[in-house]
Design a protein around this ligand. Sequence first.
Ligand code: PGA
Length: 250
Amino acid sequence: MKREKLLAANWKLNLPAEGIAAYCAAMRGRGAADPELVVSPPAPFVDALVNESKGAGTGFGVASQNTSQHDQGAFTGEVSARMIAGLGARYAILGHSERRTLFGESDEMIGQKLAKAFDAGLVPIFCIGESQETRDAGKTLAWLDAQVKTAMTTAARSFSRLVVAYEPIWAIGTGRNAKNPEIQEAHQAIAGMLEGLVPDDCTLSILYGGSVKADNAAEIASLSEVDGFLVGGASLVSASFLSIWGAMRR
Ligand code: PGA
C-alpha cells in the first residue's frame, strides 16, 4: 500500500466568515499542490467550491460531508454519492462521529455508504474513533478494529484510493488533542487492520482529526504514521487552515 499526504477541511454546518470567494482565493494562491488540500462545505455549496477550485492558481479537492446509502427513491433530505460526483467533487466524508452519534449511523450503514461512494467514483474520507469511555476502558483498538472491519466488509468493493480519518470523539472540538503516542499507536494499528481489506495497489492516507491547530500540527505531522489531518474549527479561517498546511510541509 502506498501512502499519500492530504489535508482536509471540514466546515460542518458553517461557512467561513471571510466569504467563500476570499477563502478559495487563498486556497488557490498557496503556490504548491503538495500535500493536496480538500475542502468540505455544506452540500448546497459543493457546486460553488468545485467551480472555485478550478480557477487560476493551485487547485484543491472538494468533498461532501455525507452521502446517502441509497442511489434514489423516497428518502427525503438525502443526497446521493452520484449527485455529489456529478458536481465534480472527488471526496466524501463518511461516518463522521457527529453523523454516528447525532444521526444514528451504524457501522453497517456507513459500509453501505462507502459502497455507493466507491461506485460513484468518489474517494471516501472514512472516519473512525473511540469515545472517552472506550479509551478509559482500554478498548480503543478493539473498537477501531470493529468499526473498520464491519464497514469495509459491508462495502465489499475494490478501489484504488482510500482516506481514513482517526478522530477520537473526546478530542473533537474540545481543544484536547490526543497525545502523540496515542495517535501513533492508533494509526499503526489502523494500517494493520486495513491489510487484507484494502487492495495491495491502493493509495492510502491515514489522517488524524480532533482539535488540530496551527500550533500543534507540526508536531503531530512529524509522526511517521500520520499522513495529514481532518480539521474542523481551525479550517474556518483560510489563514489558520493554510498554516496547518504549511506545518505539514516542514
Ligand atoms: P475539530 O473537528 O478540528 O474542530 O476538533 C474535527 C472534525 O470533527 O473533523
